[in-house]
Design a protein around this ligand. Structure first.
Ligand code: ASP
Length: 248
């Protein structure tokens, strides 16, 4: 919620805009203990889409809800609704005008900003969540990887928790987050090996850009990306918070 509320990131307030100039937000969340998951796509009035994804997970028998239906569902639980103008910051609007003028999509490798979290608690439970405005100048109705369980988000106590950012179409086609988990489960690779294989090999071979943040059940953390930078950080029980932008 804090990352969604910050205008610095491409999620919630300050999200990127569709080619029609409005924000359409996607989010998902997964609980690795029981493989419960919730996601929403194309919502336009929900202040914190990740909270709606959590409501879908906890209060509905479904995994994924879209657009008006998802918003109606959220209203029943008193979720905070906002006007569509709430999401548009001056900086994003200017970026949108510039993109429109040049008719050029601002590729995600130039502007990462999707937000995600992965966490391990003291009981050994893993969880992952992702929230985004998608990609600048996306077609009205386009849905990326962030709300797709297995692509942009995945958590399983047996393996790891993963949240992704990048060019969503590639992440969907490769089922990136689940693939990282599967390599650990079926090939016995470490978290780092699995994530490297997927981000630095498979994704690059297909021509996609982006990265993931991931943590395994033993608390190992890896955050590989194949772009010049990816805003990322972690916090351990006994350590100081660590924040990085570019490659180490
Ligand atoms: N993965 C997001 C999407 O394709 C965008 C991003 O991470 O920058 O919707």
């Amino acid at each position: 919620n804090i990352l969604e509320d910050s205008p610095l990131f491409n999620a919630g307030k300050g999200a990127v805009l569709t080619e029609k100039g409005s924000a359409e937000l996607d989010a998902s969340i997964m609980n690795g203990e029981n493989l419960m998951a919730g996601s929403v796509a194309g919502v336009r009035h929900i202040k914190n889409p990740i909270s709606l994804a959590r409501l879908v997970m906890e209060k509905s028998p479904h995994v994924m809800m879209i657009g008006n239906g998802a918003e109606e569902f959220g209203k029943q639980f008193g979720i905070e609704m906002v006007d569509t103008s709430y999401f548009i910051t001056e900086e994003r609007w200017n970026q949108f005008l510039k993109a429109k003028e040049t008719q050029k999509k601002i590729e995600s490798d130039e502007k990462h900003g999707t937000v995600g979290c992965v966490a391990l608690d003291k009981k050994g439970n893993l969880a992952a969540g992702t929230s985004t405005g998608g990609m600048m100048m996306k077609k009205f109705g386009r849905v990326g990887d962030s709300p797709i369980i297995g692509a942009g988000t995945y958590a399983n106590n047996k393996t790891c928790a993963v949240s992704a950012t990048g060019h969503g179409e590639y992440f969907i086609r490769l089922g990136i987050a689940k693939d990282i988990s599967d390599l650990m489960e079926y090939k016995n690779l470490s978290l780092k090996e699995s994530a490297e294989e997927v981000i630095q090999k498979k994704l690059i071979e297909l021509g996609g850009t982006g990265g993931v943040i991931a943590i395994d059940r033993n608390g190992n953390i890896t955050m590989p990306f194949n772009t010049p930078g990816m805003f990322r950080g972690y916090y351990l029980n006994d350590g100081k918070p660590e924040v990085d932008f570019y490659k180490e």
